[in-house]
Design a protein around this ligand. Structure first.
Ligand code: GLU
Length: 441
């Protein structure tokens, strides 16, 4: 019988958890869930100087926000006794030794624990990168601990994978170079070989390696603050270095569990394309229920329109929804005043009412025609469908539709770009619409 799949994600709490890490975390999660296995989260906080509690809390918050549930949680700082046992055993067996190091400046000696390198060639198969081969001689007898109480990253990482029964290691490519040393340590402690899958590198849109400082990239919770949906982020990250093998691109977390496979992780670099992120997130917004969309849009809208009646704000929801890809876009639209025309008559440069080279008289006459047909609509029938039918009928009878539709839209919004005039008219209501058209004339 095959061994139960156990995966782990092992962040070091030395900085704010980065969105790139979300991808490795997600793949480990998906692979474990797909195979009915176990997903472990392990805080690799052996570096006492650089590890901070706040960064541990940060990645825990990210996991919570994203809904990536783990089955077990460990902190390496609480496992010193375990590492000590393995270190002592290696020393006893002659596979590691205490060596006295010269500290040059002060002429002092300090002790470290070095791994006795068997100087062999290590071959391993990476599920993404293929067959790899490394000569480990260059690593010499490398340091695995400062002392019995202070093991270093490569050592604790290997001991824990063994102790925790990990079967698959899915992680970033920066760890490929650690792998041969980790395999050597693994063999020395009698651990079975792990299955490795190193994710493709992520590039920015200029095809340069995406760094943690790239302005494109926020620390993971930055996406929460910007009003992205967890499912949007997970979906987008899933496609950076994996593809489902079908044209389908939109997946819920549950669907990703179904669709994911290590075989479809790709070797070629993935591009962090912000437009795609926006598109994916928007697709997930569209999947939300009407109430959820309303609740979110109102929450992001209200700070800018604190004094306004909710009944008016609610009317704006369809217009806003069409133009956003994340919730903070709502706030930005409001702050830029792009919605102000709904609440007060717009001020504008009246020459802009004129469509292309149309004669002024024509524009004035067309605005008049629009008023006539709209006046004929009952208040209770004053909705975008009816408004559209009436205005389009009239516009179609003219030389150019634009000579009616443009001045009407501009008179209502005062903006070069705005939603179509039918929806604006519906939201403004009959009286306000007609009053704005009259003012334009
Ligand atoms: N603690 C390592 C890191 O943060 C994880 C290494 C691994 O996944 O094996 O990069």
């Amino acid at each position: 019988m095959d061994k139960k799949v156990v995966t782990r994600f092992a962040p070091s709490p030395t900085g704010k958890f980065h969105v790139g890490g979300v991808r490795s975390a997600l793949y480990n999660y998906l692979y474990a869930r797909k195979n009915g296995g176990k997903f472990i989260l392990r805080c690799e906080d052996t570096d006492k100087e650089r590890s901070k509690k706040e960064y541990e809390d940060y990645f825990l918050d990210v996991f919570k926000w994203l809904g990536l549930n783990y089955d077990e949680y460990y902190r390496q700082s609480e496992r010193t006794a375990i590492y000590k046992k393995y270190l002592s055993k290696l020393i006893e067996e002659g596979k590691a030794y205490i060596s006295k190091e010269e500290i040059k400046e002060e002429g002092q000696r300090s002790e470290v624990i070095r791994f006795k390198n068997p100087n062999i060639r290590i071959n391993f198969h990476d599920e993404v990168l293929g067959d790899l081969s490394f000569d480990t001689t260059d690593s010499k007898d490398f340091i695995i601990a400062r002392d019995l109480e202070t093991p270093l990253f490569n050592f604790t990482n290997v001991v824990d994978d063994f102790e925790m029964g990990v079967t698959h290691v899915i992680r970033g490519q920066e760890h490929v170079s650690n792998t041969p040393r980790q395999i050597l340590i693994g063999e020395a402690i009698g651990a079975p070989r792990l299955i490795y899958a190193h994710c493709s590198i992520i590039l920015n849109e200029e095809r340069a390696k995406l760094s943690k400082r790239d302005p494109l990239v926020l620390p993971a919770l930055g996406y929460k603050e910007e009003g992205y949906l967890p499912e949007g982020i997970l979906n987008f990250m899933s496609l950076l270095g994996w593809n489902p093998g079908t044209p389908e691109e939109i997946f819920t977390l549950k669907e990703l569990v179904e669709a994911f496979s290590i075989e479809r992780m790709q070797k070629q670099p993935a591009i962090f394309n912000v437009d795609k992120l926006h598109w994916v997130n928007k697709e997930h917004i569209k999947k939300l229920s009407g109430e959820e969309i309303e609740k979110n849009i109102l929450a992001w809208l209200k700070p800018a329109y604190a004094g306004f009646r909710e009944s008016i704000l609610i009317k704006l929801i369809p217009v806003i929804l069409e133009r956003i890809s994340k919730w903070s876009d709502v706030k930005n639209m409001a702050e830029k005043g792009e919605l102000d025309f709904f609440f007060k008559q717009p001020e504008y440069d009246k020459s802009k009412l004129i469509y292309k080279n149309a004669a002024l008289e024509k524009i004035v006459s067309n605005l008049g025609k629009a008023i006539v047909v709209l006046k004929n609509l009952d208040e209770k029938d004053f909705n975008k469908e009816n408004i559209k039918t009436k205005l389009m009928d009239t516009a179609d009878s003219l030389d150019s539709r634009g000579e009616l539709l443009h001045p009407v839209r501009f008179a209502l919004s005062g903006l070069d770009k705005s939603p179509d005039p039918f929806i604006i008219a519906e939201i403004l209501g009959k009286n306000e619409t007609i009053s704005r058209l009259q003012k334009a004339i």
